[in-house]
Design a protein around this ligand. Structure first.
Ligand SMILES: Nc1ncnc2c1ncn2[C@@H]1O[C@H](COP(=O)(O)OP(=O)(O)OP(=O)(O)O)[C@@H](O)[C@H]1O
Ligand SMILES: [Mg+2]
Length: 302
């Protein structure tokens, strides 16, 4: 198997079946050192399955994976020392405080850098003196992040890390990940939220029904970005004004509400809208599915 030092995660035809269900189908993936890789897909796509395979929590039905140059199965114990992992469903010890949790986990490794933990706790606004049972789900998530980060691992494997975090803490999380990557460490994070992946990651892999459909740089995906605009107008609505505009398609009109798809500059749309009495305007992000269709076309869906 390939063991280039610049490739931190390498999978070859990695496959997991649960009975008849193909949860992960022949995954071939390379994640580079120092990148933040977003693993995006809808519920049930196989994200957590992939993560559990990489961490050797479950065994593959076929294929293999190398993580940090080590065989993910045969050398998983050595591997775990250099990985920080945030599971999707974190179970911690209810009677312990945050500090007790990190000291306990630190004891299983080579101790814990309490100054660094304190710094993380301040940045994530986490009260480490609180018992786990008295923590909200967001606080438990923060504690999960702290324990994943605290030994400065070479690789972070995070399953939906920002789930349940409020927007300010999400921003702190993004900054932390940037810092990790700037130090040449690597982040592999799952998400089903495209704006989050867009804001945080360098590359994204799109997984759907167990199959990796695309791996793209975020900057490339953005070039095909479009948005939906909805205009509610009073008085006479003239949807035909929009149909011929550059970058506009899929114009529909119903009861004074005009909906259209816009790619590129907004200026022509705004000018055409100004010919109407606009009561309200909404500008929506496309869904992951829509971007996916835009990028790869319906023919590649099956
Ligand atoms: N232990 C299991 N036994 C049977 N089926 C399973 C098991 N674990 C997962 N699956 C199935 O495998 C598929 C992939 O599940 P997985 O948890 O990897 O999805 P996911 O992408 O993480 O989804 P989510 O966004 O909901 O977390 C799903 O159809 C799921 O029902
Ligand atoms: Mg999952």
């Amino acid at each position: 198997m390939r063991s280039s030092p610049d490739i931190v995660i390498h999978t070859e035809r990695l496959t997991k079946r649960y009975g008849k269900l193909l949860a992960l189908d022949n995954l071939n993936l390379d994640v580079q050192r120092g990148e933040i890789f977003g693993y995006l897909g809808p519920n049930g796509a196989g994200k957590t399955t992939t993560i559990r395979l990489l961490l050797d929590f479950i065994r593959p039905t076929g294929g293999k994976s190398t993580v940090l140059g080590l065989d993910a199965q045969a050398q998983s114990v050595a591997l775990h020392r250099n990985i920080g992992n945030l599971p999707g469903e974190l179970s911690l010890w209810n009677q312990m405080t945050g500090w007790e949790v990190v000291r306990y986990l630190g004891g299983l490794r080579n101790g814990v850098d309490e100054r660094y933990v304190s710094e993380l706790a301040v940045r994530l606004e986490m009260d480490m003196t609180r018992k786990v049972k008295a923590c909200s789900s967001g606080m438990k998530r923060k504690l999960g992040l702290i324990q994943a980060l605290m030994h400065k691992p070479e690789l972070l494997i995070l399953d939906e890390p920002t789930n349940g975090l409020d927007p300010l803490v999400q921003q702190t999380f993004h900054k932390l990940m940037r810092e990790v990557a700037a130090e040449g460490r690597t982040v592999f994070m799952s998400s089903h939220n495209l704006p989050e992946v867009e804001a945080t990651c360098d590359r994204v892999g799109i997984l759907r029904e167990g199959r990796l459909r695309a791996v793209e740089r975020i900057s490339d995906l953005k070039q095909v970005r479009f948005r939906w605009m909805t205009l509610r107008v009073s008085g006479q609505a003239d949807p035909t004004r929009f149909e011929t505009l550059p970058g506009v398609s899929d114009v529909t009109h119903h009861n004074g509400t005009i909906r259209l798809r816009v790619t590129g500059e907004l200026d022509p749309v705004i000018k055409a809208a100004a010919q109407h009495h606009v009561v309200d305007m909404a500008y929506e992000e496309p869904t992951l599915e829509e971007i996916f269709l835009e990028y790869y076309g319906e023919d590649k869906q099956s």
